[in-house]
Design a protein around this ligand. Sequence first.
Ligand SMILES: Nc1nc2c(ncn2[C@@H]2O[C@H](COP(=O)(O)OP(=O)(O)OP(=O)(O)O)[C@@H](O)[C@H]2O)c(=O)[nH]1
Ligand SMILES: [Mg+2]
Length: 113
Amino acid sequence: MPSQLPDTKDIPWADARDTDIVIPILGPIGSGKSSFLNKYLEAIGDSRRLEVGKNREQPCTSQLEFIVIEGRANLPHPLVNRRIVLVDTPGFNDILASDFKTLVRIRKWFKAS
Ligand SMILES: Nc1nc2c(ncn2[C@@H]2O[C@H](COP(=O)(O)OP(=O)(O)OP(=O)(O)O)[C@@H](O)[C@H]2O)c(=O)[nH]1
Ligand SMILES: [Mg+2]
């Protein structure tokens, strides 16, 4: 798939709560961010998956995507009933979008969410 244009619209997350634990995954294109999240989802028995690139050179994730994992009551104290929000991000070193623009998009998403 071709890379995103720099001003692709990212959909902010409308339902953020103060207690959410938000974990953004950042890194260069093809470094395995989406694959890493898929491994994690598989490990916790969650059937959702993120799109993974055909190879390590071509950009794949073109929009910020977030996966919300519902909180659970049976976790240790600081984690009880807190949701975990995994944020997959477009990679750095994209030939069509400067790293600065990618970072601005990520910052915009966090501000809007
Ligand atoms: N050898 C090897 N390949 C991997 C590993 N993790 C991911 N890949 C491969 O690298 C390619 C890119 O993986 P992605 O998970 O899409 O990488 P990404 O960081 O999300 O890439 P972008 O979305 O483009 O930023 C895919 O073909 C994966 O199969 C790894 O640990 N080892
Ligand atoms: Mg990706």
